[in-house]
Ligand binder design. Sequence first.
Ligand code: NAP
Length: 482
Amino acid sequence: VTQHLETAPAATAIAPLFVAGDWQTTERTIDVRAPYGGELVGRVSAADRKLAEAAIDAAEAALASGLALHRRIAILDRATALLQDAADELADLLVREAGKPVRQAEVEVARAASTFRFAAGEATRLSGEMVPIDATAHGAGRLAFTLREPIGIVGAITPFNFPLNLVAHKLAPAIAAGCPVVLKPASQTPLIALRVASILASAGLPDGFLSVLPGPGPELGDALVEDPRVRLITFTGSADVGWGLRARAATKRVALELGNNAPAVVAADADLEDAARRLAENAFSYAGQSCISVQRIYVEEPVFGAFLDAFLERVDRLRSGDPADPATHVGPVIDERECERIREWISEATAAGARRLAGRLVEPGVLSPTVLTDVPRDARVLCREVFGPVVCVDACESVRDGLNRANDTSYGLQAAIFTGSLQVALESARALRFGGVIVNDAPTFRSDQMPYGGIGESGNTREGPRYAIEQMTEPRLVVVSP
Ligand code: NAP
């Protein structure tokens, strides 16, 4: 696989997929095209249900053999180092396969390495707890404690937008927990996931603990959901698919990391220049294709004009275009269909009365940062997840009004408040109904050790190695009787 990836972009040879340590080529393939320019980055083998079943069989055998905790830690440590060693090659692949601007791709690689490092650290603390069983007469004379056992086989499904670090957020905690994984990466970005498989094999992960199966989402999703041996489905992607999976997996644990239309409230006492810079950069990074991209900004009325001037000036500085150019901040949207959808949502909003203050199509697939104001409450660019380089900015009467409007959503991943007042910050942290509240930075802030996840339509879990390991283990009670 490494060799294949290094020969891209001219690659028309079929890259194999990874079934329990075995690299296999299939007749069915997926063409991976660069979002920028459209050239063929690679042709990848695609799995079917039969291969998924073979991967689950191998995972079952691996689970039965087990993996000692000290070996899990050593594998995670080695994987961290190998990811760091391969940083340039991995960033280059993110640029070509995902169209991620190279500076942002470098950050993603560094973050993926730190996700493995944090998982190794958490694994050194993987322990159960003592149970005060002699607190009742019934338990007197006995000793009780819990062990943390692997939940079983994990079925992981990942999206295109952070195709390396979100794979890391599934695999690293699963290895720490001792769970074999069958991973289904997004069809737009399978190559980087296969590269992680080769890194983990080099790091010493035993065969059977990992299969990476590119292929059609619905078919492979069904294979994972319907097999009773898969005990946890961990899914990151769009809300409809995620909740649909959960509805069909009544007897499994299902962890969902889904979408959002992230808001930020700017109080009149905020540092407006600083807020404008952070919000502009984080509304348009990777063309807004992040689940916590800034999508809605509510600014207190008295400073609305001053904020807007500063914000538009910052937006104007952001370069759109070729993701391989280190000066580029806003790359292409993942594909033509998505680009068309975003343009349609913008047109729908402007037809309903929104005003466009910035934004246009600069070249095929690349939209420059689009800023809208006076957007009607029911326009999809405001009330649904736009997942593109579009932000809606509006004035609010007060911080309270801004917080109410931020909360006026079915999503609930992360939100932000900009203010110079500690009291307003703390009140806002209580008032904003989201999985995370960021004070004086964009809602887009994420560091990989923090508990990350949403409420409402945005999901039902928290990721970050410590929290994911909790999901991936079961407490087993042991009572020792005299
Ligand atoms: P998506 O279309 O939902 O796809 C995500 C994954 O699900 C892909 O691997 C896809 O496979 C697979 N899939 C599609 N249909 C399926 C089905 N019926 N059953 C099982 N799996 C299925 O999402 P995306 O467009 O790649 O990513 C964007 C979304 O992810 C946004 O909504 C974003 O907010 C969300 N996201 C959330 C987080 C978070 O942590 N909360 C982080 C990043 C992204 P194919 O590629 O083969 O269709």
